[in-house]
Design a protein around this ligand. Sequence first.
Ligand code: MN
Length: 380
Amino acid sequence: MSSESRTAVEPTSTNGHPRARREAVLNLRRLIGVARGKERPLIHLQHNPDPDALGSAAALRALLQRLLGIDAALAYTGRVGRVENRAMLRHLNIKIMPSYKLDYDEFDLILLVDTHPGAGTCRLPPGVVPDVVVDHHPSVHEMEGVAFPYYDPEFGSTSTMVGALFVENGIPMDRGVATALTYGIRTDTMDLSRGTSPMDEHIFREVYGHSDKQILSRIERARVPQEYFVVLERGLRHAQVTDFALTTFLGEINHSDSVAEIADLLFRLEGLKWVMVAGYTGDTMFCSLRALAAKTIRAGEVARDISRGHGGGHDTFAAAQVPMADLLADVEAPGESDAAAAEPAAAYGQLRERFLKAVRAKKSLTRPLTVPPDARTTGG
Ligand SMILES: [Mn+2]
């Protein structure tokens, strides 16, 4: 956080959530209890950190700094791919370090944010048990050995949970911290439209009120590299509408966030109930699903099903990362020498088959979204 934006913020009311305030007071006490006397804290983020992970980690760092005067390092695995997320790091001066460059033995306090031990998005080095876990993702895992598991799936974002520690305890926060938390809550809850609790609304109002709107706008309108449009054009060209489901293949992508980005965009097409967007990096096929809320078929289950356990998620949005070989195992062997080049397309074809079957879309009702993929050749 840049220090020149340090304006003391006096949180106003708890807005009629006395239980939430009591919990926030107790949770802060427990955090301090675990962190007091420690000198080298490390905050480990969710794999491929999203704005919620980045925002909550930056805020937690500021909280430790303010209350105990200790400086935490922020460690991540994977990539920060989306330009908005990179702009967030830049404009809010959030410094993160690749996990592999750090020796975890040198730290005396490990805090894990926006994921938990055992989750697919947790890539703590083997054998490292966190002292603190701050997370809102539904879990089936025991938090064994964790001194303070601050864990509550009622919250729409981890940023809300860290925000509550500030707001409900009357701890002032920087404008930068408020801005980071605002963006974290906003993206994880899709502007408070999904998986949102009254606490998310309440904490959001507090942090948004103190956020830097200029910087928020700069993050949200971050400029994109040319590659973005190349991928987008491929996505449009290959998009097929089958019944009520849209599917498309982006081919090779530089970062896995592309599939989610394009899925969000294409889901705006009227009449759709489902979207599946896939693309690959190396020998992994990434796919992102979007769905209308329905009681019968849920996106998370479809993602798990079509990826044979390599995916999952929520009712209306989900994702999967499938080893290409798994998909190709179910494809009839082409046996030709140019088979290698055709492999990703064949793997996508297999994934698409599984998807259309899972959502029960009628394959006979298939049309291109824009132009047929082969109708683009000019002359010759
Ligand atoms: Mn989150």
